[in-house]
Write a protein that binds this ligand. Structure first.
Ligand SMILES: O=C(O)CCC(=O)C(=O)O
Ligand SMILES: [Fe+2]
Length: 218
């Protein structure tokens, strides 16, 4: 727990990562956790591994303006619309990260057995120096970073309830990240990862226009 709530700039060789433990998100982290747990559509995404298709060790939701797929994913991602809460979060996070976002991948780690393995978010449609902004809610989990070409070069950070992590510049080019499994955590965690995807250069299949949602309460 960061008692001072100070923004930290991680010292990474070839990476730009900023951690804000208490960004102003407009709603309390507790309320966000409660609402997003029940309001988002949580799906079991599947990845292709050699000849088999396996479940990812977490649930996910794809929101935004783009029908997309990842190289490893066994299916396309049809986006759910921006709900009023997500719209507000996108606006706030965009301002804090000084970057536009047209997509958001949400992850639900049901407990410490759920995880995400080492990867870089370097899909073609994200461009060469993508800014990815990540809100964490619920259980605190370790977020690990390592240089892809020198695994001894590492950095771990505990992502607190209601925190914001912004990765930008060359981070996705030189660094990988992961949220490892742990038997020490029993509670659930949600991460919201805001991204900007170019539908032309990426593996995005098309853009969609959602009907405007009624109501404005976040
Ligand atoms: O849940 C996290 O903190 C990381 C999620 C992530 O890396 C991703 O969705 O690409
Ligand atoms: Fe990632």
């Amino acid at each position: 727990m960061d008692l001072f709530g100070e923004i930290r700039h991680l010292k990474l060789n070839g990476g730009t990562v900023v951690y804000d433990p208490r960004p102003s998100l407009g709603l309390s982290p507790d309320l966000l956790m409660k609402r997003l747990s029940s309001e988002l559509v949580w799906e079991q995404h599947k990845v292709r591994l050699h000849d088999t298709v396996i479940d990812q060790p977490r649930l996910s939701g794809w929101h935004g303006d783009i029908v997309h797929t990842y190289t490893t994913l066994a299916h396309n991602l049809h986006p759910e619309p921006w709900s009023p809460v997500l719209k507000q979060l996108r606006q706030r996070v965009s301002k804090l990260a000084k970057a536009p976002f047209n997509s958001m991948l949400a992850n639900l780690y049901r407990n410490g057995a759920d995880s995400i393995g080492w990867h870089s978010d370097n899909e073609e449609g994200l461009g060469t120096e993508p800014t990815i902004a990540l809100i964490s809610l619920g259980a605190e989990r370790k977020f690990s970073l390592r240089r892809w070409d020198d695994h001894r070069s590492m950095c771990d950070i505990i992502l607190e309830h209601g925190s914001l992590l912004i990765m930008s510049g060359m981070t996705q080019r030189y660094w990988q990240h992961a949220v490892p499994r742990t038997s020490a955590v029993t509670g659930a965690r949600i991460s919201l990862t805001f991204r900007q995807i170019d539908p032309v250069s990426g593996r995005s299949l098309k853009s969609v226009t959602h009907k405007e949602q009624s109501g404005t309460d976040p």
